[in-house]
Ligand binder design. Structure first.
Ligand code: SF4
Length: 82
């Protein structure tokens, strides 16, 4: 008996076609987004836990992306698209 609680994990996804490469997401979530030599984001492959403080940064980055090129997906959703 009892309730099993599944804690969600999330992953940032970038649409490379929509991305303008100005790196605003790196400024908003430097712990999750690095930049390549041209300024395009390199997203950390580690999933972000639901209780991880980095999830707040990830949400800021998604909201702050001027091209709507970033999205936050549950890990299971992100894996099923690959
Ligand atoms: S903020 Fe958005 S458009 Fe700008 S580099 Fe990051 S993903 Fe690309």
């Amino acid at each position: 008996m009892g309730v099993k609680r599944r804690l969600a994990a999330f992953h940032l996804e970038v649409d490379p076609i929509a991305c303008d490469g100005f790196g605003h997401c790196h400024e908003l979530a430097p712990e999750l987004v690095a930049l390549d030599e041209w300024g395009y984001p390199i997203i950390t492959p580690e999933p972000i836990g639901a209780s991880d403080p980095a999830l707040t940064s990830a949400r800021y980055a998604v909201r702050g992306c001027p091209r709507q090129a970033l999205r936050l997906e549950r890990v299971k959703d992100a894996e099923s698209r690959r």
